[in-house]
Design a protein around this ligand. Structure first.
Ligand code: NAD
Length: 310
């Protein structure tokens, strides 16, 4: 079994560590300092509490999870025994390149160096390494302990054996991996998400519908279906003759804008960053914010319970 280390204690790092420990595997997490480590511990406690409240974890299992997670402020100590390192440090190419170079000095050439980057290609991250063949992407989705998808990204030099090991580990920690064969920007999931977001921005800018109605259209139609049937299966079920015909007359009319729309630019310019600043497309009063977060979490947990029955 792989010996796993996670680099970074932020949004993704602590939640990936929780996922690993939940699957009954020990994990060492590298954190920059005591404050960061403390925040991660609290994050893990909050999440396990919530899973307990939803009858997914019991007291014993929670204790086991906590025991499986160790923290270290010493990078070498955190990774020297590892056979599989998942990096969840800030999204900055130079920082990741430097970090991977350091990691390479502390581990054997067969240790997998996996980046959780949302968009940086493994080939670029591995650019200055002696053994780039073991570098790949394992892109978890946020919240990592609740969403099952992990995109495994193959770099130009990544060898098949390491992809297979990454796939095996993701399955072992109860994730559902897909393979991204080429390092396209946004990989698969974010390309699809942002194709929808670009069109949503376009529909709003051209006054076809309101923000609320565009969100409602997605929630109450494709949103409900997509969790069961992805775009291709949806097309098969709808009839390919119909989907071909609609593709032919719709594609040329869809947005092909190359940058974010005026509205979102204006919001960002004015410091309206969405929920975290209290205003964005919606007004995020504390109660509304809490309610929506709970609703979303409850739905993800409902799915998780459904997955567990399969
Ligand atoms: N937040 C998301 O929704 C999300 C989703 C998928 C993937 N990602 C990717 O995951 C990675 C981490 O994102 P995040 O949201 O957890 O960021 P974050 O800012 O919450 O956490 C980053 C962590 O890295 C630590 N750190 C800073 N400098 C470091 C260094 N030199 N070495 C090691 N650790 C360092 C920080 O202290 C912090 O704990 C990014 O590459 C991001 O693109 C994020």
């Amino acid at each position: 079994m792989e010996k796993i280390s996670v680099i970074g204690t932020g949004t993704m790092g602590h939640s990936i560590a929780l996922t690993i420990a939940w699957a009954n595997l020990p994990v060492i997490v590298y954190g920059l300092d005591d404050d960061e480590i403390q925040k991660a511990i609290e994050g893990i406690q909050n999440k396990t509490e919530m899973l307990k409240e939803n009858q997914i974890l019991d007291e014993n299992k929670t204790k086991q999870i906590i025991e499986h997670i160790r923290f270290s402020k010493d990078l070498e100590a955190a990774v020297s025994e590892a056979t599989f390192i998942i990096e969840a440090a800030p999204e900055n190419l130079e920082l990741k390149q430097k970090l991977f170079k350091e990691l390479e000095q502390f581990c054997t050439k067969d240790t997998i160096l996996a980046s959780n980057s949302s968009s940086l290609p493994p080939t670029k991250i591995a650019q200055n390494l002696q053994y780039p063949q073991r570098v790949l992407g394992t892109h978890f989705w946020n919240p990592a302990h609740l969403l099952p998808l992990v995109e495994i990204i193959k770099g130009e030099k990544t060898e098949h054996i390491f992809i297979e090991r990454a796939r095996d580990l993701m399955i072992r920690i109860n994730k559902q991996p897909i393979l991204v064969n080429k390092e396209v920007v946004g990989f698969v999931g974010n390309r699809l998400q942002f194709a929808l977001f670009r069109e949503a921005q376009h529909l709003y800018e051209t006054e076809v519908a309101s923000i609320h109605d565009i969100d409602t259209a997605v929630q109450l139609s494709i949103g409900r279906r997509l969790g069961i049937t992805g775009p291709f299966m949806t097309a098969d079920l709808g009839g390919l003759d119909i989907f071909k015909s609609i593709s032919d007359y719709t594609f040329s009319d869809l947005s092909n804008q190359e940058t974010a729309s005026d509205t979102i630019n204006q919001f960002v310019h004015e410091g309206h960053l969405g929920e975290k600043s209290g205003k964005g497309y919606y007004e995020w009063e504390e109660r509304f914010s809490k309610e929506m977060k709970q609703k979303r979490e409850a739905e993800l947990i409902r799915w998780l319970k459904k997955d567990a029955k399969k």
